[in-house]
Design a protein around this ligand. Sequence first.
Ligand code: HPA
Length: 281
Amino acid sequence: MITDPKEYIKRVDGAADYIRSALSNREMPEVCIVLGSGLGPLSSMAENQLEFSYSDIPGFPVSTAPGHKGSLITGMLSGKPVFMMNGRFHYYEGYPMETVTFYVRVMGRLGVKALLLTNASGGIGLDMKVPELVAITDHLSFYSESVLIGPNISEFGTRFPDQCHVYDPELTDLLVNCARDLQIRISRGVYAYSKGPQYETPAEIRALRILGADCVGMSTVPEAIAASHMGIRVAAMSCVTNMAAGISGNPLSEQEVLDNAALASDNSCALVKEFVKRLKV
Ligand code: HPA
């Protein structure tokens, strides 16, 4: 929890200043894409790249999750300047929520207007097919700690932010339309946040299904809340890499998640590129 807002803002602005001065002769991106499982190949697809290791950015945390590199990339993707986060921070790694979402705050201070979050998830809907893509329309997370607990930083946003449109409906429609035009299967769904790192129990999955969740994963929600708190428009895409606990009868494994995310990788990357191309922020 943030206890000293002034110190936190100073740290965020220190990181933003560092990135801004390194990009002084480039057009500042207004779009940030978070490369979740299966999206890694996008990191080499941007032209005229500049890459910052997280450890080189003052105040930035360093990610420890398997398969998650730790670098911020900027370059041209589909003709637009973008930031790409190659590796994110998860609560299960032991980071407090304000550290998980530190990069979101930095992006907001840099003037980013749209954030595309991607992730891997377990499918809760019994008709889901692995690996299929889901455009996240809403989430469940009232049972977990909010990233906004503690003193509100009014420079970032309001104390009691409305949550009716955390995921921007227009950007979500764009994601779905891009998928349709590329003939990539995508559904719309509700993502349930799970703190992890253990996968859910079958009873938890049954409960989440009754509550209206379509898929479940261990990221995205804190970042989406922090971004929408700052007025950044959010879209989120999930790759269902496994059926959630208790559905198939097989134990869940990280290998299955990575293998199926890799299977969907071409589609996921193509969809993100098309989305960026057609995005108007
Ligand atoms: N549960 C939580 N997180 C996940 C899953 C899952 O089944 N699959 C990929 N990330």
